[in-house]
Design a protein around this ligand. Structure first.
Ligand SMILES: Nc1nc2c(c(=O)[nH]1)N[C@H]1C(S)=C(S)[C@@H](COP(=O)(O)OP(=O)(O)OC[C@H]3O[C@@H](n4cnc5c(=O)[nH]c(N)nc54)[C@H](O)[C@@H]3O)O[C@H]1N2
Ligand SMILES: Nc1nc2c(c(=O)[nH]1)N[C@H]1C(S)=C(S)[C@@H](COP(=O)(O)OP(=O)(O)OC[C@H]3O[C@@H](n4cnc5c(=O)[nH]c(N)nc54)[C@H](O)[C@@H]3O)O[C@H]1N2
Ligand SMILES: [Mo]
Length: 766
């Protein structure tokens, strides 16, 4: 008998859309009743704009009130319970309705209502004061994934530029490691292969859980299965996708690049390289000199890479007519090829060596390599996965790309590496607001992972004023307790929010932000293939304003309103202009910039300056790293730091859950009815028994950074020695807190990302 997925009943119901979600939540059900909808209601389009798949939404409005939410165009799937529950975001009990000033301690949530004028005048004065004291670099502006449309965060960035350049964060909380690999290797980020998943024959979900995290297009995977595809999941825990897959391959966290190198070695050894693809479409044959640098014909021409022509056995430019590069040049004292370098790094990774480091059995390493190389239409799904939120995450991503290049599994239907992807990658879009006349100065940023530490240390600049929007500063950023200390240390802290979140409770001035359906905007993003208009369906609750309007008001007070303020329809037109898509078109409905299935790097055409895929990453070398993928041991791990592991022997990883998108939706009344009220930690039976912990026990996961009270899930569907924590719980929610109080704040080295999945902890009964 087929094993059923072990997701709870409500998770399961929610996955399958409207009616089933409604079954778990009567209020949601009544709001969704669709008796002749279009005639009774005025309808407006929008999109679910936080960091998810930006599904299209339609608000049904009667007498100025949104009565239900549906979707206009089911291009990727129907919106999930979260999308539908946005009605309860607009009309939330804890909506912030008015500007307020703090009257209690930071974090106490004691506020007093003030007028917009008082709020804006105070903020403008504080900005001026901060600049006077410490220059514009003493202003810190943060924004992240709460609203990823084309106006909101860009209006903050533009505002900072008009102020002369401010401190911002560098890298992302999310997937900078993927960017650090894709940019040098393929010349572009956010290219997804969702359109042809159904044509893949072999799919590896690598550190990725699409059933939960890419829910809207999970149906493509079901289609692939129907078409006979085999799905394999590589994850330290048996995730929700793994229950539906053909194989679960547990792996020790942070060791994915060793597995990739082992697969590469086996593929090379067994002559399964796609030589034609490598010769024609990649830089595998570029020559590397004794100094470890790529050889060029003309040092002034960065694209003049030299290869050894296999016909003439002479050096030639890689792109000279008729040249076919030799892929391996051995025993030449002057140079070797990039492929030789790659295979040298793979050489130590015999199946047995891989098993020792990763815990993946040697036989499985061979099987994965064989099946991936021979299935003819193999796809890897990494989609911003947690596997890359480790110290050397870029290496693991690089290993995945090598596998695709070496076997020619890229640029064709059913192949490739599925990343997040959207309209941004298919067309050009413009900035909504013109740049200031005076160029802003370059200000050294703060790596996202180090927000707490840097602000506390006044690094690189002492911060006098901090303005934040669209992110969960308190609770969602690594080493959360340190971030809270940092927030408390800054003289003036402004938060723009729609909901009384933990971050909001720390504000000196709290500004009421609008939510989707209360403003006009446009989404030309990196998570959905369609350009979507976001329409104002109802008047904002209370005195809420869109972030771009707030900045316009501040700009007036600071003397640059004339140039900065652009009417919203014009901002939308400015964004659309370079793409050729018009406002009038998207008014009718979502528009995809390309026709037919989107196949990134189609026919082996990459976005690097040479049009070839590059296996040698010069930007990595510039940072002092080996330019090809290698295995590096993460420091915060039992092998990397045995001393620390004596105190904290367990490896804590993170997972996304269906009830929220990060801290967003976590307070939503309808979702609260549908889902668990407590965060969980999954652990192996052995680890639980050793600590006297049973299924359902209240436990505390802890390390030197903090303590995370949670509830134990005990089973054998996770590797011994690994704990899996949930993402998104609020500080203080239902007596619990965020798992971020524990997370490692080491900077992921190549992409300036985070290392939250390389965290050592222990767990005890509460
Ligand atoms: N429901 C929901 N969907 C979301 C989000 C959300 O918050 N909620 N967030 C969105 C965002 S911003 C992102 S970045 C994506 C993330 O999308 P995913 O990557 O699919 O999500 P995660 O749950 O973070 O990680 C996937 C799996 O990686 C495993 N893992 C952890 N460490 C390692 C490791 O070292 N190696 C390997 N092989 N596996 C490891 C975890 O056990 C987990 O099951 O999801 C997006 N979609
Ligand atoms: N422990 C742990 N930490 C993690 C992760 C994990 O798996 N575990 N995952 C990491 C990843 S992959 C990511 S991407 C990050 C995400 O982390 P963040 O980007 O900080 O995301 P959220 O916590 O969802 O915060 C978004 C906030 O924006 C607000 N918001 C929404 N729309 C608007 C708007 O229009 N205007 C304004 N002003 N505010 C708005 C929402 O109400 C919400 O409070 O978290 C990272 N941190
Ligand atoms: Mo993310």
């Amino acid at each position: 008998m087929k094993k059923l997925p072990k997701i709870n009943r409500r998770d399961f119901l929610t996955l399958f859309g409207l009616t089933s979600a409604a079954a778990g939540c009567p209020a949601m059900a009544s709001a969704m009743q669709a008796s002749d909808p279009d005639k009774q209601y005025k309808t407006f389009q929008a999109t679910c704009s936080m960091e998810c798949l930006h599904c299209n939404l339609r608000a049904y409005v009667k007498d100025g009130v949104i009565e239900k939410i549906g979707n206009a165009n089911a291009f990727d799937g129907k919106p999930c319970a979260r999308g539908l529950s946005r009605i309860k975001w607009v009309y939330a009990k804890d909506r912030i309705l008015y500007p307020m000033k703090r009257v209690g301690e930071r974090g106490e949530a004691k506020f007093e209502r003030i007028s917009w004028n008082e709020a804006l005048d105070t903020i403008a004065a504080k900005i001026k004061e901060a600049i006077q004291k410490g220059g514009s670099e003493s202003l810190l502006f943060t924004s992240a994934s709460g609203n990823m449309d084309s106006l909101f965060n860009p209006s903050q960035v533009a505002f900072g530029n008009y102020l002369g350049g401010t401190t911002r964060t560098a890298g992302s909380l999310c997937c900078s490691a993927v960017t650090a690999t894709m940019m040098p290797m393929v010349g572009k980020r956010y290219v997804d292969t969702r359109d042809t998943i159904d044509q893949a024959k072999y799919i590896i979900c690598w550190g990725n859980n699409p059933l939960v995290t890419m829910q809207a297009y999970w149906h493509y995977y079901l289609k692939a299965k129907e078409n006979g595809a085999k799905i394999v999941v590589i994850d330290p825990r048996k995730n929700e996708t793994a229950y539906r897959a053909d194989k679960w391959v547990p792996i020790i966290p942070g060791t994915d690049s060793a597995l990739a190198l082992g697969m590469i070695r086996w593929i090379g050894e067994n002559n399964l390289l796609d030589t034609k693809f490598l010769q024609e479409h990649t830089g595998a044959g570029y020559l590397v000199g004794k100094d470890g640098k790529l050889l060029r014909e003309d040092l002034k021409d960065p694209n003049s890479y030299l290869v050894l022509d296999s016909k003439t056995n002479k050096l030639a430019r890689h792109d000279a007519p008729g040249v076919v590069p030799q892929l391996q040049v051995k025993d030449n004292p002057e140079y070797k090829t990039v492929l030789t370098m790659v295979l040298e790094q793979a050489e130590p990774w015999t199946p047995e060596a891989v098993e020792k480091t990763t815990s993946v059995p040697a036989a499985t390493v061979k099987e994965l390599a064989h099946d991936y190389a021979t299935s003819k239409a193999s796809m890897i799904v990494n989609n911003m996965g947690s596997f890359q939120r480790t110290e050397f995450g870029s290496q693991a991503v690089g290993g995945q790309y090598y596998l695709a290049f070496l076997t020619g599994n890229i640029g064709k239907a059913g192949t490739g590496i599925c990343d997040a992807g959207g309209a941004q990658q298919m067309a050009k879009f413009g900035a909504p607001i013109p740049a200031p006349l005076e160029k802003p100065k370059k200000v050294a940023p703060i790596p996202t992972a180090k927000l707490g530490e840097y602000v506390l240390a006044g690094k690189p600049n002492k911060i006098n004023f901090w303005y934040t929007q669209t992110c969960g500063i308190v609770g969602q950023w690594p080493n959360a307790n340190k971030v809270i200390e940092a927030v408390k240390s800054v003289p003036f802290f402004v938060v723009a929010e729609s909901i009384m979140t933990p971050t909001a409770t720390y504000a000196d001035i709290l500004l009421p932000a609008t939510t989707v359906f209360e403003y006009d905007s446009v989404m030309a993003g990196t998570r959905n293939h369609y350009v979507q208009l976001i329409e104002k369906a109802v008047e904002p609750q209370g005195e809420a304003k869109p972030d771009y309007v707030i900045f316009g008001e501040l700009a007036k007070r600071l003397g640059f309103g004339d140039r900065y303020i652009v009417p919203v329809e014009q901002m939308i037109r400015n964004v659309l202009k370079p793409s050729g898509i018009t406002y009038e078109e998207i008014k009718k409905g979502p528009v995809c910039p390309v026709k037919g299935p989107w196949i990134p790097f189609k026919d082996g055409k990459f976005y690097t300056p040479t049009g070839k895929a590059h296996l040698f990453c010069e930007p990595w070398a510039a940072k002092g790293f080996l330019p090809v993928v290698t295995y590096r041991q993460v420091k915060e791990s039992p092998v990397g730091n045995p001393e620390l592991a004596k105190k904290y022997p367990l490896m804590a990883i993170q997972r996304k859950v269906i009830r929220n998108i990060h801290t967003s939706f976590q307070n939503n009344e309808w979702l609260d009815e549908l889902f668990a009220k407590e965060p969980t930690v999954q652990m192996h039976t052995k680890d639980a028994q050793a600590r006297g912990i049973k299924q359902g026990d209240k436990v505390v996961v802890y390390n030197d950074r903090g303590q995370h009270p949670t509830v134990a899930i005990v089973n054998d569907d996770i590797l011994p020695g690994v704990l899996c924590l949930e993402n998104g719980w609020w500080m203080g929610q239902n007596g619990f807190n965020s798992s971020s109080v524990l997370t490692n704040d080491t900077v992921e080295v190549l992409g300036t990302g985070t290392s939250i999945c390389s965290t050592l902890v222990d767990v005890k009964k509460a």
